[in-house]
Design a protein around this ligand. Sequence first.
Ligand SMILES: Cc1cc2nc3c(=O)[nH]c(=O)nc-3n(C[C@H](O)[C@H](O)[C@H](O)COP(=O)(O)O)c2cc1C
Length: 140
Amino acid sequence: MAKVLVVYVTTTGNTEKMAGAIAEGAKGAGADVTLKAVSDASVAELAGYDVIAFGSPAMGSEVIEEGEMEPFFSEAVASLSGKKVAVFGSYDWGDGEWLRTWEERCKEAGAVIAAEGLKAHLEPDDDAIAECKAWGAKLN
Ligand SMILES: Cc1cc2nc3c(=O)[nH]c(=O)nc-3n(C[C@H](O)[C@H](O)[C@H](O)COP(=O)(O)O)c2cc1C
């Protein structure tokens, strides 16, 4: 059974809703899932998971959230080589550039992309939640 970590940051709850649905989808597919806000996670624990899904809204100017996720992810990069990784998050006015850049950073770190980056516009609606569940099911 794959051990999956869904680690996210959120400012208004939208990425958190995605994270919950992703975790549910992964569980439904038989994974052993841990869901955590990044403030409760440590880079050291990443080694204990087979798959890591990182979630952050688009912030600043098309970047991941800079207060918690950016420092966590920049430290995590060193442990992502060969690891199955995927990125997701909520956005508003952009075209998803923040997510493409983030996924690129994962690839540069030597990670294996477990599922193509998933974005939801603002608060995920029922369709977006269903998409999150299906995406979560791929994280194995
Ligand atoms: C300071 C700030 C910067 C933002 N920058 C972007 C951006 O560059 N591109 C974008 O598409 N949305 C941007 N947004 C919109 C957020 O990504 C959007 O509101 C998202 O749903 C927030 O998700 P959360 O509730 O998980 O924090 C920004 C929002 C704020 C408050």
